[in-house]
Each structure stands twice: as C-alpha cells, then as structure tokens.
Design a protein around this ligand. Sequence first.
Ligand code: PGA
Length: 252
Amino acid sequence: MRKKIVAGNWKMNNSLNKGIELALEINELARRIDSHKAIIILAPPFIHLSDVSHLVDRDIVHVAAQNVSDQPKGAYTGEVSAAMIHSTGTEYCIVGHSERRKYYHEDDATLNRKVNLLLSNNLTPIFCIGEELEQRQSGNHFSVVENQLKNGLFSLNIADFAKVVLAYEPVWAIGTGLTASPEQAQEMHAFIRQLVEKQYGKDIAEATSILYGGSCKASNAGELFRQPDVDGGLIGGASLEAKEFMDIVQSF
Ligand code: PGA
C-alpha cells in the first residue's frame, strides 16, 4: 500500500513565532487522531525549520523545506544546502514548485541537480509538476507533465526514484480557488502513474505516492482523495489554519 500524505506548504507566510504557534497547534490536533491515516508534513520557511522540527512529535508530524540550493556548499550567498536542511532534522523538501519554476526560472536541469543533492543527503524530494492554463486549453497538458517528469526525474536509478514523492499541481488551480475536478485530477494522476510504470515498472508505479495540489481544502479534499490514483494533497492557503489543515487530513 502506498503512503497517504498531506503536506502543508506555508510558502512565504508567518513570522517565526506565528509559525511555531501553528506547528504546535497542528501537532496537538494530530495527537488526537489516528495518525496512521496519513503522513502529515509541514513545510515552513527556512528560518522556521529547526525550531519546528525540534518542537513537534516527529513520529506524527514531519517537516519539509520548500526549496534547496542546486549546489552542495560554498560561496553561494543566500542559498541553503541540502546538508544544512538535513542538519535541522527536516526529512522532506519540495522541489520544482511552479512558483519556483516561474518566478525564479528554475529549469529541468536545475531541478534535477536539486533532486540528486536531496537524495544524497537523505532528504525525500516532493517533486512538483503541472501545466499552465493555456497549455491545458491547447490540449498540451499531458505532454508538458510528461516532459517535466522525464527531464527532471527519469534519469534517477530505480532505487533513488523509489524515494521520491510526486505532486501534480495544475498551475491554474494554485491559489485561484479553481480546484481541478476529481475527474481531471484522477485522469492526470493515472497518466503519471502509467509513465512511471513504463520507466520503472509496475511495482514502483504502484508504490509511488502522487499528491494533488491546487486550491485543495477541507470541503473538496474528500472527493479528491477518494480517486484511486490520488494519494493525498499538497496544500497551500488551507494549510495556514490548523483546524482546516487537520480537517483535510481527516478526509481520508
Ligand atoms: P493552494 O497552493 O492550495 O493555495 O492553491 C498549493 C500549492 O501551491 O502547493
């Protein structure tokens, strides 16, 4: 059985104190539920990582970074390396979020370097893929997602690929309130799983968790998560309020 995951991407929100407060609130709510339902991951900004990872119960709440440098160490002012992230107790890292691709011009080759650095530092990549609205409207959404996967990830060997979590996030659904319909999400998730199967075989494809992201909230998570190829969510806006976020976890 593949892992069910709900990950909260806080993006550039919350002061350190507010972040700690939110993490502790989520931790408290998580203690009260059956924690075997889903893996709960919080992805706060870099400066929160160390505090949050040390304050939560790490067997029920896990921590992710939102980004990582594509270089291992050295004179790269302002960058944070995979080894540094790992040293805070963080276990996961989001890579290739559409906001990074778009605003910071991160291309497939850069993302591939990041994924390799994460894996060699024992961090689990949460690799994001997804098409823009015009690409869907022109019928290119499948080929866009296929290229992102092939160029960003499919050079990994099978053992490394098996460690990666995927997140399908249609760009037109992120922060817009326009959620993909359960059918649209299922169709793309099934397509992604089939690409993984072609490249790495059925066992790996069946074991790969594919999360949905894009205006996912407590009111729509249930029907999205009921789709056979949707293994959870990467949640932006709705992860900034503890009860709303935990209601999403509870929709499994
Ligand atoms: P959203 O963001 O839930 O606010 O749409 C999701 C994401 O960007 O990961």
